[in-house]
Design a protein around this ligand. Sequence first.
Ligand code: PEP
Length: 252
Amino acid sequence: MTRKRIVAGNWKMNTDLQDGYTLMKEIVSNVHVEDLDKCEVMIFPPYIHLKTFINTINGSGLVLGAQNCHYEESGAYTGEVSVPMLKSVPVEAVILGHSERRQYFNETNETVGLKAEAVTRNGLIAIACCGETLEQRKADQHFDVVAAQVNEVIAKVEAGNTDKLVIAYEPVWAIGTGVTASAEQAQEMHAHIRSLLEVRYGAAIANEIRILYGGSVKPANAEELFGQPDIDGGLIGGASLKASDFLNIIRA
Ligand code: PEP
């Protein structure tokens, strides 16, 4: 098993170009080679920052990614950005199906699956998000909800492209709330997700796919979460906007 950890920063709709540039510079100049030996570091700023950030990130070993994309290659889809467009920047990764996109922009399991197929087929890394709401957890539906989300993605991603697939488990009740899933709750769901991957791709591939945890990860709780056997790193929202917090999470 050779799963290299990932720490990914999702900036969401935060920072104008100038503030974003300052933050990016601070992260790039303080990430150490030893950090990157153990962990892939990915940054997902707003779309308009991407082209500028390519020069900042160049040679640093960090991965630059986008927060969304369309599954079609081109055409009459006003306001959308395609995978080939992202590739031409070039960015290397895309977050898909974040719960905020599901909640506010009608993202469905089906569209997330189509996007995951397009991203991985084009050779970019897809970080496909899944996670249940508090109501669903209280109703004991969380395993089924996450299974439906993940199965739609893995049904569409070819076994030959799974080196480009990353799953992020982000319980909706933990995102931006300060409430983190316990290490046991997170590990239990990650093991469930890995069992779904095994059914689809077999054990060897399932053991290579990285599964990230997201939801109020901070320097203080990162070590315990990342110490779980099926947790391969984190997708970080709020704490990725403060360079010192983000760097401390990387070191955890
Ligand atoms: C996220 O939005 O992916 C996230 C995990 O946010 P936060 O870390 O702020 O909970």
